[in-house]
Design a protein. Sequence first.
Length: 426
Amino acid sequence: MSAQAQLRPHLVPEPGQKRTRRRIYFLLAVCLVLGAGAWAWSVHERTVPIRTVRPSYENIATSVSSTGVVVPVQDFQARANFSGIVQKIYVHVGEKVHAGQMLIQMKDQYATSRLDTARAALQAAELKLENAEQNGTLDERIGYREDLVKEQAERASAAAALATLKKLEARGSVSQAEVQNAQQRLKLDNAALIALRQRMTHRYSAADIEDLKAKVRADRDSVAAEQVSWGNANVSTPIAGTVYIIPVRPYDFVAGGGELMHVADLRHLEVRATFYEPDIGKLKPGQPVIIHWEGDPTKSWEGNVVTAPMAVDRNGPLTVGLCIIALTSPINGLPVNSSVSVKVLSRQHGHVLTIPRQALHGFGADTYVLRVVGDRLRKTPVKTGLFNAMHVEIVSGLNEHDVIALGAVGDATLRPGLRVDLSQKH
């Protein structure tokens, strides 16, 4: 050891210095932990950009959608009543026709002659009955009146001659035989007059009249039968309307029951739509309906429910019911027999507060939205009303000035308390 080392004093740390150093180390450790915590918190609380929306007042409706077919309210479908050949077509597609107008003729060359024969027989039977009920034909009745005048004159002459002879007999100028002859003549004239009056009033018995009435009834039935036969070959329309389908041409063969023509009043159409069983309970008469046709997507038609399904039917594994919908707006090019989509507005609320359905969270009693308060999201319970695929009615819990979170711009999950950036709005 050197002399200088020996001369330097040996330094030993004091106990107070050790405590100071421990405090410094502790404070450095605390600062390090706090810094790490602050860094982690800043990372955790990064600002998330979101899309927002404000509640707005508008009309909202719940709807039930389906498909249907457009058909006339009153449609006459002319069909072949027997298998045969089309003889003649009297109308063309688009022609307006009146009730009773002839449309088409099937080949049956004997139909008209049979009908004419039956009508002639009926007319003859009716004439016989009429003559019997009036005790003869017109000529016979005129003859009866002439005979009556003649018989009355002869009776009056016989009565006058008898009176004269009786006076002469009293004076002894004529014999009793002459008086008796005059009495016999008067008696015969009285009998002839009675017989003539009987023929004039009771020529036919009640049994004769009944037989003639039965003949008339039988002939009327024959005419009706022949009219059906004639009508089967000569088809007329029972309604006024427009011819809109003619599926046959002259000389086509048509099987019995085959379609010949369609006539309808095209000013009045309806839609027959089928709805699945779970939706049937939502349908009520009078509900408004929106109708769309793919043939012209730029247009829509309005209608209302006339008859809700009164029964259901099996359609494969599904159960459906038929609903009748009347068109209330102008037809405006909507063709008959076209397939359309229908949306029945089952319930409607006007001018109510609504938000997009995607802004709603939870369900049941725990329904809420994430409302933006400052730069944070706050869970706000709400009470809802009607809802559809796009919007939901807010009954209470919000006003039109609130800002509601729709979703994050990125892949972040929204939650209460999250710091957000309102740079994007819906």
